[in-house]
Design a binder for this molecule. Structure first.
Ligand code: 13P
Ligand code: SF4
Length: 365
């Protein structure tokens, strides 16, 4: 009889230190059969075990390139889905805690997007005039929707290139689920704010009139990140008043005012690279998740760089933080025993269509 998987309950009482040891041992026993991918927001006691780290774009490319049998994703659910879609059929994508979701991704779902598409169709032919663009922070079925309807995926790194690709094909874009990334990118492309209208999925016709739908260049889904919404223009103004000559850098999921007041706006990779390559002694205010900011603040302290978190309150990606040493140890030790726990498997039909939208993105960026 085959042995069953080791239950997670046995890992709950483990101290973090004991988990660290066990992760290292399991890691060594798995060797090249497993690769651990870690997003920059991952908590320090898990991030340090990652073989490869990056922003969403980099991690999706790495997932497509690795030959490891097991891809253990220390990130959130949509990232593990992308790893499953882009990796080879025999590879297995694992999310150590299935509760590690993305609150922004949950703000759009297939039935609401399909309803939006039907409602837009009452005013114009969306398959002729609207490119659906989904931020990578979305479920696989929304990527599949984009694949099926001539649309594409974007990340915070390539959003501008993706919108340029989209407008070269159709006159308008339906951008979901993050209104802020869509608005900021449109703004960089000189699209007037008056032509970027918010589509509220809880209102009939998105809360817009047929005339507004006809004149809009980008329909921005009413979604946001619960972490980045905490950063406010006043935080930037206070920092500037207290730190003349200080620099401000933000993630494009921050609201429009924060992005506009920032010296630099970009993905998590971009934020890290920009601060790392700045002159010694530079003072930075950073509008993105706390684990990333704390990590680079520590790393760069010896160079005299001051790296400050933008909000006065603690803004962590609490869902990503659910992947703790206990869950990582549990997932790895099961693999050592030849057992797979928490596999993320996108249904084949959905994966095929989602891959079309992801491949379009990868060929553009
Ligand atoms: P990046 O692609 O910049 O890493 O962003 C992912 C994310 O979820 C930011 O909240
Ligand atoms: Fe999602 Fe926000 Fe967490 Fe990024 S920080 S993974 S957008 S909830």
């Amino acid at each position: 009889m085959q042995a069953s998987t080791i239950a997670f309950d046995r890992y709950k009482p483990l101290q973090d230190d004991a988990c660290q040891e066990r992760i290292l041992t399991a890691r060594a026993r798995l060797g090249k059969r497993a690769v651990i991918l870690g997003h920059h927001y991952q908590r320090a006691d898990v991030y340090k075990h990652a073989d490869l780290t990056g922003d969403s774009l980099r991690l999706s490319k790495l997932a497509a390139q690795t030959d490891a049998q097991y891809i253990v994703f220390c990130g959130v659910h949509f990232m593990a889905e992308v790893a499953d879609i882009l990796s080879k059929p025999e590879q297995i994508s694992i999310l150590p805690d299935l509760g590690a979701g993305c609150s922004m991704a949950d703000m759009a779902n297939l039935s609401k997007v399909e309803r939006a598409w039907r409602e837009i169709a009452q005013v114009l032919d969306p398959d002729e005039t609207v490119t659906p663009v989904t931020y990578i922070n979305s479920a696989a079925d929304l990527k599949a929707f984009c694949g099926e309807h001539g649309g594409i995926v974007c990340t915070s790194t390539n959003a501008r290139q993706i919108l340029e690709w989209s407008f070269a094909r159709r006159q308008k874009v339906l951008f979901f689920p993050d209104q802020h990334l869509g608005r900021w990118t449109g703004y960089l492309m000189n699209i007037p704010l008056s032509e970027m209208l918010v589509w509220d999925p809880d209102e009939e016709m998105g809360g817009l009139t047929p005339q507004q739908i006809k004149m809009a260049k980008i329909l921005l889904w009413k979604g946001h990140c619960s972490v980045h919404q905490m950063f406010q223009a006043q935080h930037v103004l206070n920092f500037r008043a207290q730190n003349p000559g200080g620099m401000v850098i933000s993630h494009p999921e921050c609201n429009f005012e924060v992005c506009k007041l920032s010296d630099y706006v970009g993905s998590t990779d971009y934020i890290i690279k920009t601060i790392v390559s700045s002159a010694p002694g530079t003072r930075w205010l950073v509008g993105t998740e706390l684990n990333l900011v704390n990590r680079i603040a520590e790393e760069l302290k010896p160079q005299g760089k001051m790296v400050k978190f933008m909000a006065p309150s603690v803004c962590m990606c609490s869902t990503m933080a659910r992947i703790d040493p206990q869950h990582l140890a549990w997932a790895l030790e099961n693999l050592v025993e030849g057992k797979v726990v928490n596999q993320i498997k996108v249904p084949a039909h959905e994966a095929r269509l989602a891959r079309i939208a992801l491949d379009r993105m990868l060929s553009v960026s």
